[in-house]
Design a protein around this ligand. Structure first.
Ligand code: ATP
Ligand code: ZN
Length: 456
């Protein structure tokens, strides 16, 4: 069996992965708050943990892995969106959840085995909150229930910081009913115009953190193998989840995995900063989902990354080449061992892609096909966009620009430049024919975009 090694944030090192029960490997990933289209940053954990899910299914068997990802469908941002638009909360959360699943499917992400909506698990949250009060880890104050952070001595262990350091660095809400500014909300009262459920503490709604503790417990049990999410959730969300579940006497998650952020000019892409574009924006611009997935896979999940048009162009050119080859491959070949091994080493997706380059280079079309399927780059055969004749608009525009540049160089008798362009076309596999009507060109099967981009 393949040995998997994963970086465990909780211990800040790579560790051999040993599931609690190899016949049911269990993973929980924090899902979206559903009030708006997912931005490209939100898609990063989806692709990262989908890749891990695929690896686990490959190693332990598809029926021996349980993947849970929630929908947060009760939240003040959702209430605000409903108030702004005059639409009902349910309409907004239903529509947004559907969009989310469509957009993520376009990126080749498999659906998790369970996708619990928080509002369907309120009774279980209430029960857990009552349990925390009974154990002295929570208290009721003015219709709120708060978690008593100082009652959990390991608080902060995941981030490796002390409670006092965290208070200093965080925006903690100071409220008169809190015993300590660090205490966080498990339950809060709802006015009549807001969603609310009856509880021992009056009509109200749950805090965000308790959702994940309650739903992971119900669907995966007291202890499970992997808990994932973006590293922006590490504190406070994941520290709070750990505090709640451990104080209930649960073992909770063994391995904590966090993806780094998708950035825009050095800053996290986020709704609050307004520096975002959605997955749907890219798809609508004609950028295929496979290209977006490829760009994600080319950077390791623990490194920050940017989205650039150039990365998308290169990914598209590579994928077109691979699809042309894989199209000739028989189905049902084994996945290439080095590709599996690359993922088994803390999801080294960059290395996995280099292994695919090797396969393409060697012309092993059947193994290329099965390995692309394994990485989620090829669901049902060759995607339609890759079957269409000719390269994408972006590649064509680049070639046309270079041809214009060559013409100018010739007119200006800059033969060095004209020759450099000619040589680069030859090296990149662009076949140029000069005709009376001007230059005509086509791509040879081993077209290599990188060799052209070097010229720009
Ligand atoms: N820029 C980003 N890069 C990578 N992952 C991100 C990024 N922004 C959010 N995520 C992840 O997306 C997932 C869904 O989170 P959620 O719906 O709470 O996003 P969000 O908090 O609304 O986004 P934002 O931070 O833009 O408001 C979480 O796992 C979160 O860590
Ligand atoms: Zn969570």
């Amino acid at each position: 069996m393949t040995d998997i090694t994963l970086y465990n944030t909780a211990h800040r090192r790579k560790e051999p992965f040993r599931p609690i029960d190899p016949s049911n490997v269990r993973m929980y990933v924090c899902g979206p708050t559903v009030y708006d289209r997912a931005h490209l940053g939100n898609a990063r954990p989806v692709v990262v943990f989908d890749t891990l899910y695929r690896l686990l299914r490959h190693v332990y068997g598809a029926d021996h892995v349980t993947y849970v990802r929630n929908f947060t469908d009760v939240d003040d941002k959702i209430n605000a969106r409903a108030a702004e638009t005059g639409r009902s909360i349910r309409e907004i959360t239903d529509e947004t959840s559907r969009w989310y699943l469509d957009d993520m499917a376009a990126l080749g992400a498999l659906e998790p085995d369970h996708m619990p909506r928080a509002t369907e698990w309120i009774a279980q949250m209430v029960e857990m909150i009552a349990g925390l009060i009974a154990r002295g880890h929570a208290y009721e104050a003015e219709g709120h229930v708060l978690f008593r952070v100082r009652s959990y001595k390991d608080y902060g262990a995941l981030s490796g910081r002390s409670v006092d350091d965290m208070i200093a660095g965080a925006r903690v809400e100071v409220a008169p009913y809190k015993e300590d500014p660090m205490d966080f909300v498990l339950w809060k009262p709802s006015s009549d115009d807001l969603p609310g459920w009856d509880s021992p503490w009056g009509r109200g709604r749950p805090g965000w953190h308790i959702e994940c503790s309650a739903m992971s417990f119900e669907l995966l049990g007291e202890s499970f193998d992997i808990h994932g999410g973006g590293n922006d959730l590490q504190f406070p969300h994941h520290e709070n989840e750990i505090a709640q579940s451990r104080c209930m006497g649960h073992g909770f998650a063994n391995v904590w995995m966090h993806n780094e952020m998708l950035q825009v000019e050095g800053k996290k892409m986020s709704k609050s900063l307004g520096n975002f574009f959605t997955v749907r924006d890219l798809l609508d611009q004609g950028i295929p989902g496979e290209v977006i997935r490829f760009v994600f896979l080319s950077t390791h999940y623990r490194k920050p990354m940017d989205w650039t048009a150039e990365k998308a162009r290169e990914a598209e050119a590579t994928l077109r080449k691979w699809y042309r080859l894989a199209d000739q491959g028989p189905d049902g070949q084994e996945v290439y061992r080095p590709v599996v091994n690359a993922l088994a080493d803390d999801l080294n997706t960059h290395l996995a892609l280099s292994e695919l380059h090797q396969l393409a280079h060697a012309g092993d079309v059947g193994t290329l096909r099965s390995s692309m399927q394994f990485l989620g780059l090829m669901a049902d055969g060759i995607p339609v966009w890759a079957k269409e004749e000719g390269p994408s608009g972006e590649v064509a525009a680049l070639i046309e620009d270079l041809l214009a540049d060559r013409k100018r160089a010739r007119t200006e008798k800059d033969f060095a430049r004209a020759d450099a362009i000619r040589d680069a076309f030859a090296a990149a596999g662009v076949i140029v024919k000069d005709t009376a009507e001007g230059a005509e060109w086509e791509l040879s099967p081993d077209f290599d975009l990188a060799k052209l981009e070097a010229l720009k």
